[in-house]
Design a binder for this molecule. Structure first.
Ligand code: ADP
Length: 590
């Protein structure tokens, strides 16, 4: 049948049955899963018993399929409903039907446990023993929304670990009558079939060939329901009243049902029972009245998990507060560190400056002497020139030579003053790539320039070696080392004095050191050499080497002092990380 003709038939059918009621006519809508014809035979005794008990009313049985029954209930075209437990829960939800009695079946020992489904397979299918074995199998059933015809089994399949909604089994929807399902299993069109409990026993009793060679899968104990079944038990069919029916009429019908004698087959009515187990099934399957649970809604989620949401919110809040606090503390600490670093830098600069001034102060005598030399020479040359002029010996060549000497001596004096000014200037550290050999030359020049009679001094460079350093700070360190070596030589006869300045490579560092064969220093004193205010000199301050240590460590190096391997005296030096080194330098290192 095409969908169009089916809908036309459905419409005709509903229009017919949605006709208005006669006065005192009470219409009982009956779910007819086995066809309209079966309804008078199955439920005629109920209609007749009610008619006998309440003769003032005229009772009519109206058979429907599920959708027809719901349409009739919604349109108030029926007054009472006699339907399956599963369908009743949907009607209760949608149309406010309320049960007034529950059926008592002869097969069940209690109306609360009377409905179940049976899963049948061919006995020869030994591979199918448990519900879990149905994974990937074709299962014939009535319809996706049929309670006893599918949903009860669907819930058990879910419990057995099969995701029925996502293709773990292949359902085959065959509708009513249920005999078609058994036929499909018999013919091998389906691997298993879902039928209502007790149908198999009915067929066996009638010697129906459809019941032959079949086996019940996952059979449950039969104390409560005396038929083979594969699922838990649910309450029996209810008799329900729709909301538009007057209360008095509902009460009369309920009383008549409860006092109705058992039918010849053993059916009777009892007080309405609890249908919560049916609700639970729908809720778990998110089907029927609970189909909306499939849609994700924040309200539902929040209602269900508000405790967790609250905990997550509090945790998030805590995290944010913690993060803000940490950020604040880090900023404060960074600020404090910056201030401390700037204080340390200015203190270092101050110390550095004082150190240089101190060094200059100590050398003031020799400095004055050094400047005196060119000045005396200038005066001599000038006087010599005056004498020549007075004597009338004005030959241009000697005069020119005299003037050149004067200019040269004046430049030498200016150079000494310029270097001293540079050395004494207070300034921030300025690092740049510096050739080690240039550093040695500068320091020697500055040092010897200050001395009247420099001691014999050898120099060994490291060509091609480059360090990243502050030129003046390194000059200061080297001049300090040279001056200490000179002081240590004072006790030695001037003929035996010897000093050496040399650079050598050790790994990735350059070692620059000053060696002397002076008085030397014992091991205990060497340990304190770089501590502030350590001095053995009567006029010493003991700040020079500690300042050198600070400057060298700021450059990433360290200071050291060793006994002179040549015998007498000391080697004091420092290391610096090499920035680059040419091949020549590598060859020259030892
Ligand atoms: P100061 O020269 O004012 O004493 P330093 O810090 O420059 O301060 O030197 C500390 C001490 O280290 C000196 O007093 C001296 O005893 C010792 N010293 C430094 N260099 C040498 C050296 N080359 N030979 C022997 N002793 C040295």
């Amino acid at each position: 049948m095409s969908v169009g003709s089916y809908l036309r038939r459905l419409l005709l059918f509903n229009c017919l049955w949605l006709a208005p009621a006669q006065a005192d006519e009470l219409r009982i809508g009956v779910l007819a899963p086995f066809g309209d014809e079966a309804v008078p035979a199955d439920w005629g005794y109920v209609r007749d018993a009610l008619a006998r008990e309440l003769p003032q009313h005229h009772f009519i049985l109206r058979p429907y399929d599920i959708s027809g029954l719901h349409a009739a209930a919604a349109a108030a075209a029926i007054d009472f409903v006699l339907t399956s437990s599963g369908d009743y829960v949907a009607l209760e939800f949608d149309d406010r039907a309320s049960r007034i009695a529950t059926l008592e079946s002869p097969q069940a020992s209690a109306p609360t446990a009377a409905i179940a489904s049976t899963v049948v397979v061919l006995d020869v299918r030994q591979d199918l023993q448990r519900l879990a074995d149905l994974r990937g199998q074709r299962i014939a059933a009535t319809a996706p929304q049929a309670f006893g015809g599918w949903l009860i089994v669907a819930r058990e399949l879910l419990h057995a670990g099969l995701d029925v909604g996502h293709g773990d089994v292949q359902p085959l929807w065959l509708g009513f009558p249920m005999s078609g399902i058994l036929a499909a299993v018999q013919q091998g069109r389906a691997d298993a079939g879902v039928i209502r409990a007790c149908l198999l026993e009915d067929l066996i009793a009638r010697h129906d060939p459809l019941a032959r060679g079949l086996r019940v899968l996952a059979a449950q104990p039969t104390e409560q329901l005396h038929c083979a079944h594969s699922t838990p038990l649910y309450p029996d069919w209810p008799f329900a009243v729709l909301p538009h029916v007057p209360h008095a009429v509902a009460k009369q019908v309920a009383t008549a049902l409860l006092s109705m004698p058992r039918s010849p087959e053993g059916y009777a009515w009892t007080v309405p029972t609890d249908y919560q187990s049916v609700h639970a099934l729908y809720r778990e399957l998110r089907s029927g009245p609970y189909a909306y649970l499939r849609e994700w809604r924040f309200e539902d989620f929040a209602r269900r998990y508000w405790g967790w949401l609250l905990a997550a919110f509090v945790a998030l809040l805590g995290l944010i507060v913690h993060a803000v606090r940490v950020e604040y503390l880090v900023q404060q600490r960074t600020q404090a560190l910056r201030e401390a670093a700037s204080r340390a830098r200015s203190a270092r600069e101050q110390l550095d400056h004082l150190g240089r001034l101190g060094l200059l102060g100590e050398m003031a005598g020799t400095l004055a002497h050094e400047l005196n030399q060119p000045l005396a020479a200038i005066a001599n040359f000038a006087r010599g020139m005056i004498r020549r002029i007075d004597a009338g010996r004005l030959a241009p060549q000697p005069l020119r030579e005299g003037a050149e000497e004067i200019a040269e001596q004046a430049e030498r004096a200016a150079d000494i003053i310029r270097r001293i000014r540079l050395f004494a200037r207070k300034r921030a550290s300025e690092r740049q790539p510096l050739a080690v050999d240039d550093l040695l030359d500068d320091a020697l020049h500055l040092f010897t320039g200050m001395l009247v009679e420099p001691p014999p001094l050898t120099r060994q460079g490291l060509p091609g070696a480059v360090v990243c350093a502050d030129r003046l700070q390194l000059q200061q360190v080297l001049v300090n080392l040279l001056k200490n070596a000179l002081d240590a030589l004072q006790t030695i006869p001037s003929t035996e004095r010897m000093m050496a300045l040399r650079a050598r490579r050790v790994g990735d560092d350059v070692c620059i050191e000053v060696r002397d064969d002076g008085c030397g220093l014992d091991a205990a004193s060497r340990e304190h050499l770089f501590e502030p205010f350590f001095t053995t000199k009567s006029d010493g301050v003991g700040l020079g080497l500690s300042l050198c240590k600070t400057l060298i460590e700021a450059h990433g190096g360290h200071m050291y002092a060793l006994p002179n391997p040549a015998g007498r005296g000391l080697v004091v030096g420092f290391t610096l990380p090499l920035m680059e080194i040419a091949d020549a330098a590598e060859r020259s290192s030892d």
